[in-house]
Design a binder for this molecule. Structure first.
Ligand code: UDP
Length: 260
């Protein structure tokens, strides 16, 4: 099969590319290196079934050509990371909303399957765990910039599902929870690489707040496996699917185990 992965030089995209190439598929990566990096794909560059384009998904002509050549489009290009979102809310909203719209529009012309990445952030302040895909999304006020990320991703979901309902474009929306593993960078504020980097440098570990907040961390290799299985599942088309881990971990382990 031939895959186009937007955000292919990113953390998750590069792992997906690696697995698809191992399986014998053809992979084209499109990435503007805004948060991705050549380092992530250096080991794949010489592969004869892989091509990469360092360009923006806003290059409509290139995008149209790449979508034409692909059978499946995996849309992972997005503004991610709390730090980036707080510092550049305009970029976050524009990249996430315009980018997804361009992908869906291009794919729709040729009815190519689109797998698009959303986030567990869309559940917002909803406290009813485990989160079900049909649960209410409880977001904060628009005056608080951090909610723009969740709102932009929720809009991406609406758009993707509307393309399915109205134009019969096959789409699968995956809500990714905290994904961790090799090559994840701490540059954009993600907790695990931050903590590991601090520990390796002998620096204090920066636990924000009480540390009682919890997350479900999923290994990127499991996330990739889930994506690959979903793409082969006809029932997944037109659906939203959580991809994460069932085990909750508090950021500060002592919050769970007072004896430590
Ligand atoms: N966090 C922390 N120290 C850090 C980075 C993050 O305590 O250096 C906390 C952060 O406040 C949040 C959790 O770890 O409660 C997960 O943060 P991350 O940005 O990795 O993911 P997200 O908040 O988007 O789930």
């Amino acid at each position: 099969m031939r895959f186009l992965i937007t955000g292919g030089a990113g953390f998750i995209g590069s792992h997906l590319a690696e697995r698809l190439l191992e399986r014998g598929d053809h992979v084209v990566l499109l990435d503007n290196l805004s948060t991705g990096s050549m380092e992530n794909i250096r080991h794949l560059k010489s592969h004869d079934r892989m091509q990469y384009f360092l360009d923006s998904i806003e290059n409509r002509q290139l995008l149209a050509e790449l979508v034409d050549d692909a059978e499946v489009v995996v849309h992972l290009a997005a503004a991610v990371g709390v730090r980036l979102i707080v510092e550049s809310p305009v970029r976050t909203i524009e990249t996430n909303v315009n980018g997804t719209q361009l992908i869906l529009e291009a794919a729709s012309k040729k009815r190519k399957l689109v797998v698009t990445a959303s986030t567990s952030e869309v559940y917002g302040k909803n406290m009813q765990v485990p989160f079900r895909e049909d649960a209410d999304l409880v977001l904060g006020p628009t005056t608080k910039g951090r909610w723009s990320y969740a709102a932009s991703k929720a809009l991406d979901e609406f758009l993707a599902l509307s393309y399915w309902k109205e134009k019969k474009l096959p789409v699968i929306v995956v809500r990714l929870f905290n994904t961790v593993g090799p090559r994840q960078t701490g540059r954009y504020g993600m907790v695990l690489p931050n903590f590991v980097g601090q520990a390796l440098d002998g620096k204090p570990i920066t636990v924000y707040g009480s540390g009682k907040q919890s997350r479900c961390f999923c290994d990127v290799r499991d996330v990739v496996e889930a994506l690959m299985r979903l793409m082969e599942t006809q029932h997944a088309v037109g659906e939203v699917v959580n991809v994460g881990n069932t085990e909750e971990v508090t950021i500060r382990i002592r919050a769970l185990r007072p004896g430590l």
